[in-house]
Design a protein around this ligand. Structure first.
Ligand code: URA
Length: 565
């Protein structure tokens, strides 16, 4: 970017050339920033004065002297130029013409303006000029200017998408955290965008990470979320939080922009990142490796700032051998099966009660019954109130302290849980453990269970593939979950996914729109809704980090009950 003095000199040269009758730009436009409003204002003034595109030279003011260019300005060379500042003429004063453009032109400008190519303003002004004079231009998608602008817009959109996907935060326990630990540590990320996109992408992070303090550093600009805690008053040695409300528009944290930073200012790898790397290695599926597609999604230029990229070459080199080993491996068939028994006595009664009055009635019966927590396993092992138990190895009941304050409820055991007889010990469990650790919770302080107690699957070749339980199957299992609730008496429960949410609340739950919210049941149990960890494992890998952080922020609502440190 050129300095104000250089621009003034350039304008002066333009004047001199013009005075000598030589063909030179007559106007130098200084925009305060890569900003659509400023461009529109200047472009309208130029159109109004009928200035041909070839006679305009566009520049963005040097950030070193922001005051001088606090507003967009057209340097009118005919007015002479002294000291660089005085001849600036505010274009709005003269803009009167009606400018008509196709509906999508503004959206195009919005993206193109963020492109790093210094020729972008000239290109947009040329298009604008031509659109006023060439009625056919709007119907000519192959016009060279339109094609170029379209390509620039696409490059910017792609860069924005990459920033959303590849920002990796590291946790820093800064001064503010030491003074007010309830606000959580600061999360700092380093990212190198190709274009001027930081301002445009920042609101995405504000919407995503509403509960987290974060800063994103880039070479050109930095942005941070401004604490959502307002009205902090001094009260003796302690600060009292008067209101913990979002301060930005639409209830999101507001943003503060600052100057660019250096890579060294970003913090080094932290414990959270080490966990993420272990997780990345463990979920890497060699049979699904499509290197070319992966590189298209995650181009090499981003790798240096992506901690997991260090493993890509190593894991992909070993992928073929690992997938062959997987194919050759024997199937994970059930090791033993519990003998089936027909529901009799209490179970049969419960089935009848459910059929007549709905599952709640049998749950009440179960909770008032003599069953103890340590008897649940053998009781559910023999349960055949739905067909799932017939094919499973064994039942998997909840695990955790008899009077845990917080209960986590998943859907049903998976392959590994079925084999080991313990909830959440497979890939979804590892992700859950990672979340628990990052939240500062202790897994052994939680009661972790499932809505359905047996593994439902279908055999595909040698593999047992998870199958979602039907509503009837989940309803048949409900009384076991209610028994656990009645015995453990948690202060609250977290529903991980739709099956758990339906079982706990007795209604359909739209997880994506109700996530992060508490609901209260008629028995007073509070239930927090969030995604099942498998939803994150199945999601777009490029969005995984971001989805994980959003998941953490849902779960964090239960931190006080979980007894987080
Ligand atoms: N998914 C669940 O819902 N529960 C488990 O225990 C494991 C995977």
């Amino acid at each position: 970017m050129r300095s104000a003095r250089a621009l003034a000199q350039q304008a002066q040269q333009a004047d001199d050339l013009f005075a000598r009758g030589e063909d030179a730009p007559l106007r130098t436009v200084l925009l305060p920033s890569a900003d659509l409003a400023a461009f529109r204002q200047a472009a309208r003034a130029l159109l109004d004065q009928d200035v041909e595109p070839a006679r305009v030279s566009w520049h963005i003011a040097d950030s070193a002297c922001p005051d001088l260019f606090a507003d967009s300005a057209v340097i009118d060379s005919s007015a002479g130029l002294q000291g660089g500042a005085s001849p600036l003429r505010h274009p709005a004063a003269t803009a009167t013409a009606t400018v008509t453009v196709p509906a999508d032109f503004l959206a195009l400008c919005e993206s193109v303006i963020l492109h790093r190519d210094p020729g972008r303003f000239g290109l947009l002004y040329r298009l604008l000029w031509r659109l006023q004079r060439e009625p056919d231009l709007r119907h000519d998608p192959l016009d060279a200017d339109r094609v170029l602008a379209g390509q620039m817009a696409q490059a910017v959109r792609r860069d924005m998408h990459k920033m959303k996907a590849f920002v990796r935060f590291r946790t820093v326990e800064d001064d503010q955290f030491r003074r007010r630990p309830e606000e959580g540590p600061l999360h700092v990320a380093w990212f190198e965008p190709e274009h001027h996109i930081v301002q445009a992408v920042a609101p995405f992070f504000a919407r995503r990470f509403t509960q987290m303090r974060w800063v994103i550093l880039t070479p050109e600009a930095s942005v941070r979320s401004v604490s959502r805690i307002r009205n902090v008053k001094e009260a003796g040695a302690h600060e009292v939080v008067q209101a913990a409300e979002p301060t930005g528009p639409e209830g999101f944290p507001s943003l503060e922009f600052g100057p660019g930073a250096k890579r060294e200012e970003a913090p080094p790898a932290d414990a959270g990142e080490k966990l993420w790397l272990t997780y990345y290695q463990s979920i890497f599926n060699p049979a699904r490796l499509k290197l070319r597609m992966m590189q298209q999604e995650m181009p090499r230029r981003y790798w240096k700032n992506l901690p997991e990229a260090q493993f890509i070459s190593e894991l992909s080199a070993a992928a073929s051998a690992r997938s062959q080993a997987m194919v050759a491996q024997s199937p994970t068939l059930p090791l033993r099966r519990i003998r089936a028994i027909e529901p009799t006595g209490e179970a049969a009664e419960r089935q009848r009660a459910d059929a007549m009055h709905g599952p709640a009635s049998s749950a009440a019966a179960a909770s008032s019954g003599p069953l103890r927590l340590d008897e649940l396993k053998s009781a559910t092992d023999r349960c055949r109130e739905c067909p799932i138990g017939m094919a499973a190895t064994q039942s998997v009941v909840g695990e955790g302290p008899a009077h845990a304050r917080l209960m986590l409820v998943g859907e049903q055991p998976g392959d590994q849980e079925d084999l080991r007889g313990r909830p959440f010990v497979g890939p979804a469990g590892r992700l859950l453990d990672q979340a628990i650790s990052q939240l500062g919770w202790k897994r052994d302080a939680l009661y972790v269970t499932n809505a359905v107690k047996h593994f439902k699957y279908e055999l595909r070749g040698k593999r047992r593939m998870h199958k979602t339980p039907t509503q009837q199957e989940a309803a048949a299992c409900l009384h076991w979950l209610e028994t656990e609730i009645a015995l453990v008496k948690p202060k609250a429960a977290v529903a991980l996914g739709a099956t758990a949410a339906r079982s706990l609340l007795g209604r359909h739950v739209a997880v994506m729109s109700e996530r992060g919210q508490w609901f209260e049941r008629s028995d007073g149990l509070r239930v927090l809704i969030t995604l099942h960890p498998s939803a994150l494992l199945r999601g777009d890998p490029a969005q995984r980090e971001e989805a994980f952080a959003a998941w953490l922020s849902d779960l964090r609502h239960a931190s006080a009950i979980a007894g987080a440190a």
